[in-house]
Design a protein around this ligand. Structure first.
Ligand code: F6P
Length: 324
């Protein structure tokens, strides 16, 4: 089976994109090794500070962020990085040709309980060469992404990437440290019987989302006439990986729990990269009504409601929201 380098060459990936993905995978291998050692590597627990979103940082959030920041800043192609863990964009090489956004460790609440976590990344073109990158340079729509992907640190370490020509999946060989391709042109079926949502927020959702989930829980006895299954990894990377493997719909919808936040997930380093993967795999991704990839960003850390996965289900959610 071919490895990542062969895949990137066969895709005629831009040298900058191929090189950045290679850099990210090298850090991914380091993070994967740390996670395997867990408590023995002294990576569990709180770091003792909060990130820009007011969330407690875990030790591994900080370690993973620093590893990515250092590695990408030293890559001559990288003009700047933006991360969930950094207040503002960090400029790198002003002659670089791409910008990289990442969530260094998605699903941090899973770290201390030995459950799946991941790294998400998005690569954008840099359009301001010769000048140090600023937050403004990152505010590009999801459609501008040159590539995106995630590394999932689960029972094995797997990675899914898209360069805008389908989705390929790789598995890390722990002996050779190579990412070996395991799937090409991943496709998500248009229908599903499996959904992922944090149902404890039900009372904060809008009526169309409540109705949608009510129809699922009514199963065979309701209007959908069939039973559905629910799964929730509490790490978006895990849920998206499951959807790419066996289908499904995922949502972190609009809720009124925190009136200042229109959703929980971050547009630029969670929703956009995942939406590109999902669309490239034949699925659909919206904020319940509008296509995520078409949203004009206004800030690096902006939040957005997310409904993505099986096309017919995402269409149906849109219909329910448009009816009211
Ligand atoms: O980054 C946010 C995140 O950790 C996602 O990866 C995940 O889908 C979600 O939050 C989990 O949210 P909750 O804590 O409500 O289960």
């Amino acid at each position: 089976m071919s490895n990542l380098e062969t895949y990137l060459a066969a895709q005629n990936a831009q040298p900058a994109v191929a090189d950045i993905i290679t850099t990210i995978t090298k850090v991914g291998i380091q993070i994967s090794d740390l996670l395997k050692r867990g408590a023995l590597a002294d990576i569990l627990g709180e770091a003792g500070n909060q990130n820009v979103q007011g969330e407690e940082q875990k030790k591994l959030d900080v370690i993973a962020n620093d590893l990515l920041l250092d590695a990408l800043s030293s890559n001559p192609h990288c003009a700047g990085v933006a991360s969930e863990e950094l207040d503002n964009a960090t400029p790198a090489n002003q002659d670089g040709d791409v910008l990289v956004l990442f969530d260094p460790l998605d699903g941090s609440s899973n770290i201390d309980i030995n459950m799946a976590v991941g790294t998400i990344f998005s690569i954008l073109p840099y359009n301001n060469q010769g000048h140090p990158a600023t937050d403004e340079d990152f505010l590009q729509k999801g459609t501008a992404q040159l590539a995106s992907g995630y590394i999932l640190y689960g029972t094995s370490t797997v990675m899914s990437i898209t360069l805008g020509n389908g989705v390929a999946m790789f598995s890390l060989d722990p002996d050779t440290k190579a990412f070996v391709q395991i799937k090409d042109q991943v496709q998500i079926s248009a229908d599903t019987k499996e959904y992922a949502i944090n149902a404890s927020n039900y009372r904060y959702w809008l009526p169309p989302m409540q109705r949608y989930i009510d129809e699922f829980t009514a199963g065979k006895t309701g209007v959908r006439g069939k039973d559905f299954n629910m799964r929730w990894v509490a790490a978006m990377v895990g849920d998206i990986h499951r959807i790419l493997c066996r289908g499904g719909i995922f949502s972190y919808p609009f809720d009124t729990k925190h009136p200042d936040k229109p959703g929980k997930l971050r547009l630029m380093y969670e929703a956009n990269p995942m939406s590109l993967l999902i669309e490239q795999a034949g699925g659909m991704s919206t904020d319940a009504v509008n296509r995520i990839l078409d949203i004009e960003p206004t800030s690096i850390h902006q939040r957005v409601p997310v409904v993505l996965g099986a096309k017919n289900e995402v269409e149906y959610v849109k219909k329910l929201h448009e009816e009211v």
